[in-house]
Write a protein that binds this ligand. Structure first.
Ligand SMILES: [Ca+2]
Ligand SMILES: [Ca+2]
Ligand SMILES: [Ca+2]
Ligand SMILES: [Ca+2]
Length: 252
């Protein structure tokens, strides 16, 4: 009993001092639960070998094995908004890049936000506004307004990578990387009612730009994903409890 009291006391002291209380990683969904991103109703694609190194080369479409794989997925568990991206390779020894989930939220052709895993400058998952006119033909597509930090989280909590994917673009292994942010922080910065969000998968050499892999066609955005506000989420959860809502299933 004395020992338990001592341990509890130490934990309280840590908490008061703001000590190292580790946070658990977000509850990433099972492979089969991720919802594929689509473009015009088919899998979101990105050609292989358009940017190097291979770890920042986003891949999706028909792989050498003849299977059509989406380049990206999303999922919302009511707590976190999550994304998964397929890349041609994984190399943790040379990882100084930025993986970006770009979002179009206003219904025009210009990107508005970037949720990005920044392994280059801050080593954080960050949510920033995106400025400029979106033109995928330019060397630098958009600027990320890093002076305006809307939210950031620990890589260990809101990011995962090096996950072996079943596809074999370039006849070698592909890997998933995952990025998430709390749903409440999303709607703190995006007006309530912004439910239809178009996604663009991107990679960059810097956290203040979109300057590596990006869509290969003009005005290429994902079909919109529906992101419910927290209040709607509660209603959906109640509906699910009574069996009114059927969860969509998707192939990995
Ligand atoms: Ca690519
Ligand atoms: Ca590969
Ligand atoms: Ca926009
Ligand atoms: Ca591309």
């Amino acid at each position: 009993m004395k020992r338990l009291t001592l341990i509890a006391g130490v934990l309280v002291l840590f908490a008061i001092a703001g000590g190292p209380v580790a946070s658990a990683a977000v509850a990433w969904p099972a492979d089969s639960a991720w919802i594929p991103l689509t473009h015009n109703g088919t899998n979101y694609w990105d050609v292989p070998n358009d940017y190097s190194p291979a770890q920042v080369d986003i891949v999706g479409g028909i792989d050498p094995g003849g299977t059509n794989y989406t380049a990206g997925f999303w999922f919302n568990d009511g707590t976190n908004l999550m994304f998964r991206m397929r890349c041609d390779d994984f190399n943790v020894a040379s990882h100084n890049y930025v993986w970006q989930i770009m979002m179009e939220t206003t219904g025009d052709s210009n990107l508005d936000f970037s949720l990005q895993a920044d392994h280059k400058s801050d080593n954080r998952v960050e949510f920033h506004p995106v400025t400029g006119t979106t033109d995928f033909s330019q060397p630098v597509v958009n600027s990320v307004d890093i002076a305006t930090l809307l939210w950031s989280g620990d890589l260990a909590v809101y990011h995962d990578h090096g996950l072996l994917a079943p596809s074999v673009f370039n006849n070698n292994a592909d890997y998933f990387m995952e990025i998430a942010m709390p749903l409440t922080n999303f709607f703190t910065n995006v007006p309530l009612g912004t439910n239809l969000v178009h996604i663009v998968l991107a990679t960059s050499a810097d956290h203040n730009q979109l300057n590596k892999d990006r869509p290969d066609q003009l005005n290429f955005f994902s079909d919109p994903i529906f992101v419910p506000e927290p209040g709607t989420i509660a209603l959906l959860a109640a509906g699910a409890a009574f069996g009114f809502v059927r969860r969509r299933r998707s192939r990995r």
